[in-house]
Design a protein around this ligand. Sequence first.
Ligand SMILES: [Zn+2]
Length: 522
Amino acid sequence: MSKIFYITTPIYYVNAEPHLGHTYTTVLADTLARYHALAGESSFFLTGSDEHGEKVLEVAAERQQTPQQVADYYANTFRETWDAVGIRYDRFIRTTDADHQAVVQSVLQAVYDAGHIEFQEYEGLYCVGCERFLTDRDLENGLCTDHERAPEKRAESNYFFKMGRQFSWLTEYIDAHPDFIRPERYRNEVLSMLKEESGLGGDLCISRPKTRLDWGIELPFDENYVCYVWFDALINYLTGIGYPDGDDFTALWAAAEHVVGKDILKPHAIFWPCMLRAIGLDPPRHLNVHGYWNVEGRKISKSLGNMISPLAMKEKFGFEAFRYYLLRDMSFGVDSNFTQDSLILRINADLANNLGNLVSRSLNMVKRFAGGSVPEPGPPGDLEKEIIETANRIVNEVDREMRATRPQRALESIFSLVDATNRYLERREPWKVAKQEGGDESVRTTLYTCCEALRISAVMLSPFLPETAAEILVRIGHPGELDAARLPGSAQWGGIQVGATTEKGEPLFPRIELETTEETKK
Ligand SMILES: [Zn+2]
């Protein structure tokens, strides 16, 4: 098993506030980083902001600011948002950072010297929103399908990366590494995109003349041009871990995993591996691709005002609950639909009724029947053995699902233990048995079993619900449990300390009433 884990989000473009889409990607990367750290790996989590290109100039013009002021504002907004909701990144990289500009220039020079970049004239239909020339496939009724705006006809001399030379290698690589792009549907999509791109020659424009765009990294071999945004942006994944000569660079790059939304599949699955090949580096270990979040059945868009701010969600529902919903409700790779009702139903069902209820019932009874400390159990009976087996099973299941980037299934697995423990409590009925003569040992065994199931659930939930997990561990008398926790050992049955002082506390997740609006009454 690898002892190093390197996870990235895309760097977010600095022309809008963080919304639901950014939040999902970032929460997922954070959860994966925390999981691998829990598994004893040295984990590095990179996020950041993409700050060059024409759209920043557009915003700057609107606001009568400099592009640097716009970039600073949004970069700070992203960073402060992630800080406020407890995202534990290791570096927040900005494409305006001095080290990044230096790395981009040295990579460009090396790729140019190796003969992979050529100067050519090009004419075509250019979408300012996409920052690229469009193909027929990108157009519908003469409008860019992504931006619903008419492209401009442009002729330009520019520098082109000859990525088509790498296409047969890339096709073979993808065939030989079936889990490089996952889930599988996106691998198939990339293979057909590759065929289409091959037909077009596979030249990637990597420059803009300064006469038109001067907000970017200057090409080291032509001071009249700046670097095109994708070439600049993707290299952040190298800069962020100290390319070329940082101490851990080689080990971290060998363990690299990107999390991206499907809208940026092509640059990550085609441009990037070809660039890396020209640089002399291997592709990342995995490209993990998620679907879109729609909101109340509609695409997220500024004009609809349905961006869903992570800070607003934190304010209204608590960020842990929101985080749980995102990870649990999106089936990784597939589009998902955010609705406030589904969020509330999910919080109530899983967090309030299931997990929260198990914590309060168990610790309430530990107080009533065991003096408020984890009791000494008798030998396990059949029902206890079932719980122990479930606990052992989920540790393996969660590991498998997390390494395959299926967080929703990992959560399902953990909640199967929570569920089973609630049912177990119903069957053992300690509140009745406590009144029976000689029932004492059975009650102690039952409550011990519940506390230990809670401890293991909390350890396994900690990457998903870090604050909640820590709180559960405090309440069962194991503060600091996560400090040195390592899987699978920390989740092995029997780790709970008999005699540890427990504390019932307030409900972890109070039930939330559905807001019945005029809309939903109809
Ligand atoms: Zn467009």
